[in-house]
Design a protein. Structure first.
Lengths: 229, 231
């Protein structure tokens, strides 16, 4: 039994082969997730039951099941149906990358829309009334009053969610994708030095987490510049 | 339908395994959370830095990676130790159940450390001063004064951590624990109905997480009953 620190240092560059895919997954699914979240949020706060109910069901299902199971349903499960294999979405759903992006985005959409709802509900009622008194229309109030404040309120939770998303991209390795965890698992299968290789991967994940946290910290400070420190 | 019926008892026993992992790792996670938050709030600088190292590392690493380190790492270590005793032994590992339960408990325990820390800080400091004035020992203050007042504050986040703990149990199928995702894999190879089989897994998880949510909201109502009356 030997613990080889040099092996950790040596394997970090090898691990960086997978970082591109990890970041690609993260970026695509946060952007698509954000769009889904905005649509879901608008449906939920629309006050019309036929819009709010589907949104609530979507959030309930995707927050209540493991991401791993969602990925498996999409990757292994959907090809069971012929109509999906003949549909326009098949080129995306046929590849493991497409499936991982779809699952992660749907998951992010459900979580982020709840975070945004928290932000929107946190906006002071008085500001709405002020907007109304100034004669702003509903959508003007939403865009110019609610949105900027809600964004600031939602940043800490959203930053945590982005970190969870980064961690969730590791699940892509279960459907044969060669992201950082996937690369690490392959190297371990070859060298059988699990501590060194997996710790090297963990170090890279920690650095990425730190970068995300730091980035959102700066963004939050900028969005809060009108608040007296 | 007929495809499913034959597998129902496998799913049932798989779900029992899930609940057992959940119970064991919830207990460990609460323990880690309490120790971690006590260390973070202590005056000792060493305890503080160990606890914050723990939370930074385990909140920033993917659960799957932690699980793989624990399972394969322990296997390598144990095999080496076993070979010292008996060179004939090829491979020793700790059961996936315990490797998995420990790994997810460590991750969720890191989140709980933060939650508990916030909740302990939320307890009025006058209460602790009063306990000190009455000559109650530090340990007894912790058990009888701090914990009964902090759990109410920790409950909403604690509920969320329980949900993520429950969902993390699905990962343990990756290292070969025979729980419901594993059952679905086997069932798929036989019936060639992957969607149906994994959908059952999703439904089981949804049912369990729904029960957890309901229990937590019931507990929240119970713990805040003194506030409702005052309104």
């Amino acid at each position: 039994m030997s613990f080889d620190i040099m092996l950790i240092v040596d394997s970090i560059p090898k691990m960086l082969v997978g970082i591109g895919l990890t970041l690609h997954l993260l970026l695509l699914s946060t952007v698509i997730g954000l769009i889904l979240a905005i649509i879901t949020l608008l449906m939920r706060i629309s006050g019309r039951w036929y819009l709010a109910w589907p949104a609530m069901t979507y959030i309930y299902v995707f927050r209540g099941t493991p991401i791993l199971v969602q990925i498996f349903i999409i990757y292994y499960g959907l090809p069971q149906f012929d109509f999906i294999r003949e549909s326009f979405a098949w080129p995306v759903l046929r590849a493991p990358f497409g499936c991982a992006v779809v699952a992660l985005s749907l998951n992010a959409g459900a979580y982020v829309s709840e975070i945004m709802r928290g932000g929107v509900l946190g906006v002071d009622r008085g500001l709405h009334e002020a907007g109304k008194a100034l004669g702003l229309k509903v959508h003007q109030r939403f865009i110019y009053i609610t949105t900027p404040i809600a964004i600031r309120l939602a940043i800490p939770a959203y930053s945590n969610d982005c970190i969870s998303m980064l961690k969730a991209t590791a699940l892509a390795s279960t459907v044969t994708l060669m992201d950082m965890t996937g690369v690490a698992r392959t190297i371990v299968a070859q060298t059988f030095a699990p501590y060194e290789i997996f710790i090297a991967a963990a170090i890279i994940y920690l650095v990425l987490t730190w970068v995300i946290q730091r980035g959102f910290g700066l963004f939050e400070r900028r969005m809060s510049r009108y608040v007296k420190q | 339908m007929s495809d499913i019926v034959g597998w129902l008892d496998d799913y049932f026993w798989g779900a029992m395994v899930v609940l057992r992992v959940f119970g064991v790792s919830l207990l460990m996670a609460v323990l880690f959370g309490l120790i971690g938050s006590a260390a973070k709030l202590s005056k000792s600088r060493i305890a503080k830095s160990i606890a914050s190292g723990y939370t930074v590392v385990f909140r920033g690493t993917p659960e799957l990676l932690v699980l793989l380190i624990f399972y394969f790492g322990s296997a390598v270590t144990l095999t080496h130790i076993a070979q010292i005793v008996d060179p004939e032994i090829q491979f020793v590992d700790i059961p996936p159940f315990w490797a998995g339960a420990l790994a997810i408990a460590l991750v969720v325990g890191a989140y709980m450390t933060e939650t508990f820390r916030g909740a302990f800080l939320g307890v009025d400091s006058g209460q602790i001063e009063a306990a000190r004035a009455l000559g109650i020992s530090n340990f007894k203050t912790f058990v009888y004064v701090r914990i009964p007042q902090m759990w109410r504050l920790a409950l909403p986040n604690f509920g969320n951590h329980m949900l993520s703990l429950m969902k993390d149990t699905a990962l343990i199928s990756v290292i070969g624990l025979e729980e419901i995702v594993f059952v679905a894999e086997i069932a798929t190879t036989v019936t060639v109905k992957p969607f149906t089989m994994y959908a059952i897994v999703a439904v089981i998880y949804l049912a369990i997480t729904t029960v957890i949510t309901l229990v937590v909201s019931g507990l929240e109502k119970y713990s805040n009953r003194h506030l409702e009356r005052a309104r």
